[in-house]
Design a protein around this ligand. Structure first.
Ligand SMILES: [Zn+2]
Ligand SMILES: [Zn+2]
Ligand SMILES: [Zn+2]
Length: 360
């Protein structure tokens, strides 16, 4: 018999359809063939993007020149722009506000990597540090209520450029999906004086069946009421509202676990398209509430399609019990993970990304 489960954080109910229990090999939605051709994000093509906002350039050098590890540039076709003043939406049935906000692209590697697992760990550390520094910088902008970091890998996940990149969007109003989580977390905090996610996490760690991997400070787990098969959440084992309050050692530790979690998902599901998004406390202008927000990264392989039932009800059917998903992901060996994550020194050519091209 199927089971209904309610997500403790956002309150959404899902149907865990154990009767149609699927195995990893039942999901065949791949990333498609690499497109190839000219890539504006590869090193040497800096003049084909808008001027950079920030970059990691270990050897120094001018902006918009080669020699970088990570570059942050404005989105060429931004969903929102900072030209103008944020105005509080009016009242009544037709609320509107000017499209004030930011839309930046984080180019994660000078090489034509496709997934973060195509990068040496030291490069992915730069990516995590860049997330933290950009989130911190945008947090200070009084026009923004919320800053979302997210990533699309593969066409099915919405990626239009295949070169590894993420996006960071600052919006002037609270997004509904985030507000749903926040409302429940605030309510729990008011009644119990502690963080809801800290509570849920303590239970998950004790139970152990949904834990995928962990380090001293972070954990990757399969959430109890995941709406999509093989969803993985990454979060700190300590309470923290914002991603950017970590020390350098913790940033490196998170990068390691994050790369491992992605490698486990990719090995298990044969390089699926995927998305991830970072949920953290709102900005100062958005009302902050660090005490009851606990940042987490939601990683979702895009292996099922949302159809009429989901669209019409907001109910999701997940054909893989989260405990089984965690077991499949844990069963990927450390050796497989190590082999997947590129170890070659930076700048030594296209390595595995190339190998993947020739396989397809
Ligand atoms: Zn490229
Ligand atoms: Zn917490
Ligand atoms: Zn969330």
């Amino acid at each position: 018999m199927a089971e209904l489960r309610q997500d403790p954080i956002c309150g959404r109910w899902v149907i865990i359809a154990t009767e149609r229990a699927a195995r990893p090999s039942d999901f065949t939605l791949g990333r498609g063939d690499p497109k190839g051709g000219f890539c504006p994000f590869c090193e040497g093509n800096e003049d084909r993007t808008p001027p950079e906002i920030a970059a990691v350039r270990p050897g120094g050098g001018p902006s918009d020149s080669p020699g970088w590890r990570v570059r942050v540039v404005p989105n060429k076709f931004p969903a929102l722009s900072l030209n103008g003043h944020a105005v509080a939406p009016g009242t009544g049935h037709r609320r509107r506000a000017p499209g004030v906000g930011t839309h930046e692209v984080i180019i994660e590697s000078p090489r034509h990597a496709i997934s973060p697992t195509d990068m040496p760990p030291s490069d992915f550390e730069h990516v995590i540090r860049t997330y933290c520094r950009r989130a911190e910088a945008l947090d200070a902008d009084s026009r923004l209520a919320y800053v979302l970091i997210f990533k699309n890998v593969g066409q099915e996940a919405g990626a239009s450029i295949e070169h590894a990149h993420s996006q960071i969007v600052g919006v002037p109003v609270m997004p509904r999906r985030v507000a749903e989580e926040l409302e429940r977390c605030e309510q729990f905090y008011r009644h119990n004086g502690r963080c809801l996610l800290c509570d849920v996490l303590a239970e998950d760690l004790e139970d152990g069946t949904r834990v995928v991997a962990q380090t001293e400070s972070f954990v990757a787990l399969s959430p109890f009421a995941a709406a999509f098969p093989f969803t993985v959440w990454l979060l700190p084992r300590f309470h923290a509202g914002c991603l950017f309050d970590m020390g350098a050692d913790q940033e490196a530790e998170l990068a390691r676990l994050f790369q491992e979690a992605m490698a486990r998902v990719e090995i298990c599901l044969n390089d699926p398209p995927f998305n991830y998004a970072v949920h953290a406390a709102p900005t100062a202008a958005g009302g902050r509430r660090d005490e009851c927000c606990h940042w987490h990264i939601e990683l979702i392989p895009r292996v099922t399609r949302v159809a009429g039932f989901e669209w019409g009800t907001g109910f999701y059917i997940n054909p893989v019990e989260p405990e089984s998903a965690a077991a499949y992901l844990r069963n990927v060996t450390d050796r497989q993970v190590a082999e997947r994550i590129a170890r070659q020194p930076a700048g030594s050519g296209d390595g595995r990304a190339q190998a993947r091209h020739s396989r397809s």
